[in-house]
Design a protein around this ligand. Structure first.
Ligand code: PAF
Length: 285
């Protein structure tokens, strides 16, 4: 695996792959890799001849400087995991190269970035969109892989790639789950054993939503089923529940009380002790 610490080094590596006529898949990360990231690498490997990963803790997507400072940095373990997964090259750039002196350009998806999670994290999706655009321009992949779990992020990236005519495919990779259905996340290790057991209520609530939809339930009934399932779990505090149109994340066009007649995306978040967990599901009637 080639370890590249500059833009020119990764460009040389990718030029070598291209010269051999190889298709290149990209997995962008901020490091602290877990099984969810590895599923992105596996998907990239399955769909391409070569896999390039990036590790860059992007300062512009953090609201609170303390979060940026304390973000886990585990480079040696990350490199070992990427190598073991068969990654071909990794870019670990310096912040001053990604954001050159005097830099002024940002990428912003207007509506998408300011809805839902974006409304409570101002600037976050602008930071994500800007850095992902830069990484796409640096690596020039044929396809780039992102987890469906970060559902709004995935929609922002799909939108910018389409709007800016980027010649690449943005691939959403289904959420990896533990045996009991809990979505994998680096935060799960911070749950107490009681909260870990309780956290499965998120997947249970989404499963119940699917059943209500299949039985002809309305968006309001779907929402009530989710709220009831999470509130049956005393250790969980529901902090966010949005039922929106997939892709645009706009409010649904249909009546909330009519049987579900259009595809929906459900985005849910709940607090378990100190730990905030998210999950999502798309349902097509
Ligand atoms: O999902 C992440 O880890 C980050 O938001 C990303 C896409 C690597 C951009 O910094």
């Amino acid at each position: 695996m080639q370890i590249c610490r500059s833009i020119s080094a990764i460009r040389d590596a990718v030029a070598g792959f291209r010269a051999a006529g190889e298709r290149v898949g990209l997995v962008t990360t901020m490091g602290a890799l877990h099984d969810g990231h590895m599923s992105l690498v596996a998907a990239a490997k399955a769909g391409n001849d070569r896999v390039v990963a990036t590790i860059f803790v992007n300062p512009t997507q953090f609201g609170d400087p303390k979060d940026l400072e304390t973000y886990p940095r585990t480079e040696a373990a990350d490199l070992a995991a990427l190598e073991a997964a068969g990654c071909d090259a990794v870019l670990i750039p310096q912040a001053y190269e990604i954001y050159p002196e005097g830099d002024e350009t940002v990428v912003e998806t207007r509506e998408l970035a300011n809805r839902l999670h974006g409304a409570v994290r101002p600037g976050h999706f602008r930071g994500v969109a800007t850095v992902v655009t830069k990484l796409f321009n640096i690596v020039g992949p044929d396809a780039a892989y992102f987890g469906e779990k970060d559902y709004q992020q995935l929609q922002v990236i799909r939108r910018l790639a389409c709007d800016l005519h980027m010649p690449l495919e943005v691939v959403g990779v289904p959420t990896m789950r533990e045996a009991d259905g809990l979505a994998m996340s680096s935060r799960n290790v911070r749950l107490t054993s009681e909260d870990r057991a309780a956290a499965v209520c998120l997947n249970r609530a989404l499963g119940r939503a699917e059943r209500v939809a299949a039985e002809g339930g309305s968006p309001r009934q779907i929402e009530e089923a989710i709220r009831a399932t999470v509130s049956d779990e005393p250790r969980a505090t529901l902090t966010g529940l949005d039922i929106v149109s997939p892709g645009s994340l706009a409010p649904l066009g249909q009546s909330p009380d009519a049987p579900l007649s259009e595809p929906i995306a459900i985005m849910i978040s709940a607090q378990f002790g100190e730990v905030l967990l998210i999950d999502q599901r798309e349902i097509t009637p």
